[in-house]
Write a protein that binds this ligand. Sequence first.
Ligand SMILES: [Zn+2]
Length: 450
Amino acid sequence: MTPVETPLPPIPERPQYTFFVTLDYAAKSVSVSQTVIYPNDTGETLESLVLAVVPNMWPNCFHLTSLSIDNVSTADYTLSGQRLEVYLPSPLLPQEVVALSIDYTLSLPFAAQADPSQERPRIFGYTERQVNLTNWYPFIVPYLAGQGWILHDPWYYGEHLVYEAADYTVNFRTLNLTEGLVVASSGWLETDGEWKRYTLSAGRAFVFSVSPQFEVDSMQVDNVVLYSYYFPVMQAHRKGGQDVLMVTAQALELFSRRFGPYPHRTLSAVMGDFNDGMEYSAFFFMPRDFYNSSADTPQNYLTFVAAHETAHQWWFEAVASDQALEPWLDESLCNYSERLYYETYYPDLVAWWWPYRMYYYDARAKIDIPVYEGGGFQPYTNATYFRGAHFLEDLRTRIGDDAFFAFLKDYRLQYEGRIATSADFFTVLRQHTDADFSDLLQTYFKNPDR
Ligand SMILES: [Zn+2]
């Protein structure tokens, strides 16, 4: 006889997040029951788990009601600012799996407008016509062997979070269905009804934006359903919403060809009730005021910001990077992707786009700065976006189109679902060219030894 072994559940490829989320839109509160199945693929033994709890940076917002590890309740944790450290009852060995369950409520903050010259607008919270759930759930931050948990301090502009890829099942409901709420999210809607069930595979940041005032247009590009959500306050807004949908469709088609297939089943472009663009998984916000500028020309911010935010689905979403320490990695590629958009669809406008987009340009700036060394919003975007785009243009000219685009496709392929570094970027680049570009590194990089 052969002894029968009880098979262990398979180790998931990525962390698995499951949520039950109830939004009380009128009360601006959210209650959440969340479970994370976390496979330890760090190669090290873990004594604790570190989660980012970004809502806890707002006063009286995040209220933890219960926490358990493998179904056993625990109070062995510390929560300070955005950092939650949960101590495990027994060490988690490499290739072991742990289940963390956490219940909490969120009292959403009013998303007051910050000083736009100093800080990005706040997105998380509510305005008179929108609730935005961004970075709203505790998530286990990346762990790098030899370095530990990666959770950087927030900064006034730019982003500070680093995301592992994870799988999501999000069950979502709103109280008071009579409010006629329209829900935009990162997920594919699997089940409608009182509970809407959304799924997303290998995503970085699952978000919701909810409003009773949204209008939505949609279209399909290959196997991807695109949505454009907007507030139709004026006729110009409706035109802007339709233009965003069209630009996003064009950009998705172009970047799929240039960088490899789009990673998700849906993509939602959402008019934020604030003036900033921001990328999340299968989802991005567009700045409110740009919808007014829409006209019968693609010579405007609405167009190139929609292309830029779409590009983040490759550079941020498919291939992530450390947004705080190496922001140039995704921002320069997305800024340069705007140029690829114009050269493909409106080649006559490339000469307009360069100086118009980079109206603030300081050629002395170095690309490879952490967000904390940006020296202000303008110098920061100049360095990481604008100088970054110039570097990529010079690099492309130096190595040729064939090598440049083969490199980008391969960089995406090799780092799909992972967190790439500058070193990874240059390792893959050198696999596609023998050209000497050391002078470009001297010109653009603080640390040219790459
Ligand atoms: Zn960007």
